[in-house]
Design a protein around this ligand. Structure first.
Ligand code: ZN
Length: 250
């Protein structure tokens, strides 16, 4: 089994507004936007998240133009950062993806869900109910489209040998992380936005999360789980140390 870490663009953010409210206001960080590809020994391809909508390549303000959030977060996306192009570098197309794990539906994680009509889209029940509300605060056009094969899960199933979904609510309802047990590297926990950055843990700051109490519990649980690597959602320091696709962990 192999794990590829896909670079799907960056955002330039005011850390004290976006990542750790009340701490480091006015400190601007470039943070990575990330997807993950798991290739199993029996030839299945599991994609975790699809990154930012490709519309941001031509128009960085496509999502947040005119909104206050657009003042503290600036999108930087190149053509190669589009998930379909990253998969193409590995000789794959969306039709080759058996499962798309949709961890949650913020613009930087599920922006190209609509490209994956050939895949089963795994989503946690609480998340699915949240995103399908009429007033759901997510970019609906990226995911509420005909032809998607939704696979709603409840709990923490193993979706392939050594690949387990983890329910880590708090950032959003039904947010998911993924644990991947690799033969050489060991157990990698793909935390997604259960933990944005190391500073959330070190300074116990969960103010950017929808439900801070639940978020803290989810993050501390991941931290306490047995693991060889715990990947944060958007940590530039950790990012600098990781192998990126086409390199991989095995
Ligand atoms: Zn995120």
């Amino acid at each position: 089994m192999r794990l590829y870490i896909l670079h799907l663009g960056d955002c330039y953010v005011d850390k004290g507004s976006v990542l750790t409210p009340g701490l480091d206001s006015g400190m601007w960080w470039t943070i990575p936007i990330v997807g993950y590809l798991i290739r199993t020994d029996d030839g299945r391809n599991i994609l975790v998240d699809s990154g930012m909508d490709k519309a941001h390549i031509a128009d960085p303000e496509a999502t947040f133009r005119g909104q206050p959030f657009g003042e503290v977060l600036k999108v930087r996306m190149r053509a190669e950062d589009y998930v379909v192009n990253r998969l193409g570098e590995l000789g794959l197309t969306p039709a080759d993806i058996d499962i798309l794990v949709a961890t949650h539906f913020h613009f930087d994680h599920a922006g190209n869900t609509r490209d994956f009509t050939a895949s089963e889209v795994y989503v946690q029940r609480d998340c699915y109910e949240d995103i399908m509300r009429l007033d759901a605060p997510y970019p609906r056009a990226t995911y509420d489209v005909p032809g998607l094969k939704w696979h709603v899960v409840d709990g923490e199933p193993e979706i392939a040998p050594g690949v387990q979904l983890l329910k880590t609510p708090g950032h959003t309802p039904g947010h998911m992380s993924v644990a991947v047990s690799l033969p050489r590297t060991g157990k990698v926990i793909i935390g997604i936005d259960a933990i944005y950055v190391q500073d959330n843990l070190d300074r116990d700051n969960w103010g950017a999360y929808q439900d801070p109490v639940a978020a803290r519990a989810s993050a501390r649980r991941l931290q306490a789980m047995d693991h060889a690597m715990l990947l944060y959602g958007h940590d530039p320091a950790q990012w600098a140390t990781l192998k990126k696709s086409p390199d991989f962990y095995e």
